[in-house]
Design a protein around this ligand. Sequence first.
Ligand SMILES: C[S@@+](CC[C@H](N)C(=O)[O-])C[C@H]1O[C@@H](n2cnc3c(N)ncnc32)[C@H](O)[C@@H]1O
Length: 204
Amino acid sequence: MGVYSEVIFPRFYDCVMDKPFWGKYRKEQLASVDGEILEIGVGTGLNLPHYPEHVRRIVTVDPNPGMNRKLQRRIEQAGIDVDKRVLSSEQLPFGDETFDCVVSTITLCSIPHVEQALGELLRVLKPGGRLLYLEHGLSPDEKVARRQRRWNWAQRMFADGCTLTLDVASLLTTQPFSSVDCDTFYMEQTPATHGFMYRGVATK
Ligand SMILES: C[S@@+](CC[C@H](N)C(=O)[O-])C[C@H]1O[C@@H](n2cnc3c(N)ncnc32)[C@H](O)[C@@H]1O
């Protein structure tokens, strides 16, 4: 990883994303989380203040060590015991059927081999375990989608590999989950190219 990924991007990302309106959606998405929890692509820990009070321990993975400074500060503030691992979700060092919930927020867009990562999430989820997701991706509005395709190169360059064109609903429904709930909407105060959101629960 280079200086941009490890030093500049974490600061820029945190500054742009640490907004109350995002917090509201994070809190709603985390409201039903329970049991053994894995958060993938934890980043700077923007979800940590929004876990329900009963959550006292989570495991996290993220391959970017540059996220760690701000993450550590949020861990201390949240008072949650976090077992943080600097690694990618395409290859997880956890046993089969370890977790009750996996949390993914604005992360699937950044995973280079996302289908492989979903295979790993399915492997480490217990039967009936849930993937709770809040992701941005490809808009069904052709005018917006055209802009997303046109500017994707810039997004990938400046947002550390993040893509604007992931069709999250199609991706999840082609994986062997027993059910996938998906709700879509445009995020407030966000350009349509970056704010078409998919949220829901995929159950193993
Ligand atoms: C856009 S940030 C989202 C951070 C956080 N989830 C949030 O909601 O603010 C995407 C995160 O995914 C991480 N990431 C990139 N590739 C990954 C991979 N292969 N496995 C897990 N996380 C990855 C990045 O390092 C980054 O922290």
